[in-house]
Design a protein around this ligand. Structure first.
Ligand SMILES: *[C@@H]1O[C@H](CO)[C@@H](O)[C@H](O)[C@H]1NC(C)=O
Ligand SMILES: *[C@@H]1O[C@H](CO)[C@@H](O)[C@H](O)[C@H]1NC(C)=O
Ligand SMILES: *[C@@H]1O[C@H](CO)[C@@H](O)[C@H](O)[C@H]1NC(C)=O
Ligand SMILES: *[C@@H]1O[C@H](CO)[C@@H](O)[C@H](O)[C@H]1NC(C)=O
Ligand SMILES: *[C@@H]1O[C@H](CO)[C@@H](O)[C@H](O)[C@H]1NC(C)=O
Length: 448
């Protein structure tokens, strides 16, 4: 009896023990099951791995040498093609490594969204001779890509020093490569990265739509020729913000076919400021509209807020606002130049692109040559120009004010509103000149 009782108690303990094991086993199975479903899977012949819906393709797993000397272009293209085939692909350029990349085209369309994660450094060939002569237009060419994000703390280095030297580059070609170019692409975000030392333009969008550039750095020496920061052409719905751009040419250059461009919180300099144009070269057609540039600093540049057109072009620039721009030590802070010419002398041409509706509002700071230079065409005046709250004082440069020029407004109509410094700006614009007096010629309206 005693023994039996003892056994019964033992049995009770035993079953508690067994059921606990069962419960643990079940829990374990559930946890393991979850883990199994989300565990990092090897993908695509072992090149990629994914821990959820995103699949990461590290350039190293394609056999990149990462020496900065041997050519890793093919590995980059392989990583791109793989990422382009999955719903959420990531191309990874890892931190602490340098990859020499020759000119490549990374082509879409892709299956889904692609992230280009640059934490390491991409290097362009530094010797001009190692560029293929048949492809000097650009270094990294994104073509027909939709829905791409380029991000990371890494550097895209164009190593353009030799291209900047006319002795070394002139007998090769007149064309110099753009570092990153997007062609016929849509919904592109570029953030956080640094783009340095391009042979020519650093970042170019061509025939594209839906562009966001946020928190990037673009940098090359102030004396490097034609090294525009960001170049927009036939591109609409653009936002460029919170970025530092200092180069040897325009920080941002807006060319024909651009509309709905919003630029804000930019530090620009050194360079040639933020410009629209040169438009209408060789009597070409140009249309630019709905451009807003605001809340930015332009420092130590040749120009500030500028519109430039060649004589003889056709088309229309309308609805452009430069607002709340801090100017520090800029030669020509406010410019419209319809006699743009990149040599010392250009032939006079008949006809001009019309310019209508340009606001310069709250442009404040210091200049070193001429506060305002509005040189509109003899034939078609600029109309609806607004100057409000312009306060520009001579900077205390080495010239000590000896070369300062008066504000110039040639064939420019519109209104001005104080405060205006220097005071002569009050008399600069001609009054009137609205549509009834200077209707935009039919051809400009039809073309644009
Ligand atoms: C998927 O995993 C990656 C890295 O493994 C991570 O960066 C990303 O945030 C994850 N995405 C989701 C939606 O959890
Ligand atoms: C872009 O990718 C995101 C994330 O995968 C997706 O939600 C969005 O619908 C895509 N947009 C387009 C236009 O394909
Ligand atoms: C901007 O980019 C830098 C460099 O990649 C990064 O460290 C920083 O966190 C970014 N800032 C924001 C607000 O995203
Ligand atoms: C002028 O351009 C701005 C900025 O792109 C836009 O918000 C506004 O609607 C445009 N105005 C007109 C009259 O089209
Ligand atoms: C263009 O015309 C201006 C006067 O309108 C004249 O001073 C200048 O010499 C002309 N330039 C050329 C290259 O013919």
């Amino acid at each position: 009896m005693v023994i039996f009782k003892h056994m019964k108690q033992n049995m009770k303990h035993y079953s508690v023990f067994l059921s606990s094991i069962f419960v643990f086993y079940c829990l374990f199975t559930i946890i393991e099951g979850r883990k199994f479903h989300s565990s990092c899977k090897k993908h695509h012949k072992g090149y990629g791995h994914s821990c959820n819906s995103t699949t990461i393709f590290n350039i190293m797993s394609f056999g990149a040498k990462a020496s900065g000397v041997s050519d890793d272009s093919k590995k980059l293209v392989m990583a791109w093609k793989s990422a382009c085939k999955v719903p959420e692909g990531v191309v990874q350029i890892p931190l602490g490594h340098k990859f020499l990349i020759k000119p490549v085209t990374l082509q879409g369309p892709c299956t889904g969204h692609v992230t280009f994660q640059i934490d390491g450094t991409l290097l362009a060939p530094s010797k001009i001779g190692s560029w293929s002569k048949s492809n000097l237009f650009q270094w990294i060419n994104f073509k027909w890509v939709q829905n791409l994000t380029i991000q990371g703390s890494g550097i895209v280095d164009g190593q353009g020093y030799n291209w900047w030297n006319p002795m070394k580059s002139k007998h090769i070609s007149d064309i110099k490569p753009t570092a990153l170019r997007f062609y016929a692409s849509e919904d592109i975000t570029i953030r956080d990265i640094t783009i340095n030392n391009s042979p020519q333009v650093h970042l170019k969008f061509d025939n594209s739509r839906g562009v966001k550039v946020n928190n990037i750095t673009i940098s090359s020496p102030g004396n490097s020729p034609n090294t525009d920061g960001i170049h927009l052409q036939n591109t609409r719905d653009v936002e460029i913000m919170y970025s530092n751009i200092g180069t040897g040419d325009d920080c941002v250059s807006i060319q024909t076919g651009c509309s709905n461009v919003h630029i804000h919180h930019i530090n620009c300099g050194p360079g040639h400021g933020i410009s629209i144009g040169g438009l209408g070269k060789d009597k070409s057609i140009a249309c630019v509209s709905d451009i807003l540039i605001e809340n930015s600093i332009i420092e130590n540049t040749l120009y500030g807020a500028r519109i430039k057109t060649w004589q003889g072009g056709v088309g229309l620039v309308k609805n452009v606002t430069f607002s709340n721009i801090q100017i520090v030590d800029v030669n020509f802070p406010i410019v419209i130049n319809q006699y743009y010419c990149d040599k010392s002398l250009c032939q006079n041409q008949t006809g001009s692109i019309a310019i209508k509706g340009v606001n310069f509002d709250k442009i404040v700071g210091t200049y070193s040559t001429q506060p305002i230079h509005l040189a509109c065409s003899d034939e078609i005046p600029c109309t609806d120009i607004d100057l409000s709250d312009i306060q520009l004082k001579p900077s205390r440069g080495p010239l000590g004010g000896s070369q300062l020029q008066q504000a110039l407004c040639w064939n420019s109509y519109g209104k001005s509103k104080g405060p205006l410094v220097p005071y002569s700006i009050n008399y600069c614009l001609r009054k009137g000149g609205d549509d009834s007096i200077h209707p935009i010629s039919g051809s400009s309206n039809e073309l644009c």
